[in-house]
Design a protein around this ligand. Sequence first.
Ligand SMILES: Cc1cc2nc3c(=O)[nH]c(=O)nc-3n(C[C@H](O)[C@H](O)[C@H](O)COP(=O)(O)OP(=O)(O)OC[C@H]3O[C@@H](n4cnc5c(N)ncnc54)[C@H](O)[C@@H]3O)c2cc1C
Length: 299
Amino acid sequence: MILPLPELPNFDYLRPKSYQQVSELLHQQPEDARPFMGGTDLFVQMRDRTVAPKILIDVKHLPGMTSIEYDHFIGLRLGAAVNMNAVTKHPEVIKYFPLIVEAANSVASYQLRNRATIGGNICNASPAADMAPTLLILDANLIVVGLNGERVTPANDFFLAPGVNALEPGELLKRIEIPTPPQSWKGKYLKLGRNAAGDLAIAGVAVIGFPDRTSESGYRFRIALSSVAPTPIRAFKAEEVLSRGPITGERIEAAAIAAQDTCQPIDDVRASGNYRKEMVKVLTRRALGEVWAAVQKGG
Ligand SMILES: Cc1cc2nc3c(=O)[nH]c(=O)nc-3n(C[C@H](O)[C@H](O)[C@H](O)COP(=O)(O)OP(=O)(O)OC[C@H]3O[C@@H](n4cnc5c(N)ncnc54)[C@H](O)[C@@H]3O)c2cc1C
């Protein structure tokens, strides 16, 4: 027997014109009011009755929320409500941040990517968020606005627990700022899902590599993982392994094992923890191999 999906519970819809109004509403009604943008996480959770906000505040029309700006010296600024398809089609993102395009294209389906926003992906704070590893290794800063104005929080400090982020009551995410990456950097995001496309990650690995004279190997790598710990995480031990001496197949293998040791995956409907651990090793080895080949090739 096919059971009908439950309906969304009733809620009030508000569309304030200023960040100040949103912050005041969120501050006054911390239990009942929730911001939303694409709704692709929030509406599913409401339908499943895991959250029950009485007031939904549409924030995607606020000034700057959908803007994409690039400056060669400053880097990339993405409004929180920029959706996945918008970022993958932007000429300067394609040219200077192909890793962001790769990560955004790995989310769900084309149709869903018209709604799903980058800010929503990280505010939802799922361990499986596909944009998170890339933002971690690109050292993104999150511009958050609340009753007392704006503050900056590094993406690396944002994810606290499954579904829990570092926003204080009354705060919302306004913008994501990605500094210009180190010269000659290359990157890769590899995601394993149950299907070729359209599924959350069983495991995801993002890697960047670039020349760096301060490292013993002459190169520096940054690695982050999704869906294999309570939050998206950096694999710092693996990064360190790659800085200690010449980059060889053995060193890449040692780094892949270090990344595997870093993760603490759970068993769930998508995969067992043991399988995830194995896949972290495989994906890290593969991503590092691709990034290392690209770094050596230059260009
Ligand atoms: C069929 C399907 C497939 C999916 N596949 C993937 C996938 O492959 N990979 C993946 O990573 N995700 C996937 N998702 C999850 C989801 O689509 C993404 O996480 C999406 O990017 C969320 O963005 P949104 O704008 O829809 O967020 P919303 O649902 O609008 O919001 C998400 C959360 O963030 C909060 N929030 C929204 N805006 C703000 C703000 N400005 N400041 C503070 N908090 C805010 C909301 O209150 C809510 O808690 C999938 C979802 C579905 C339904």
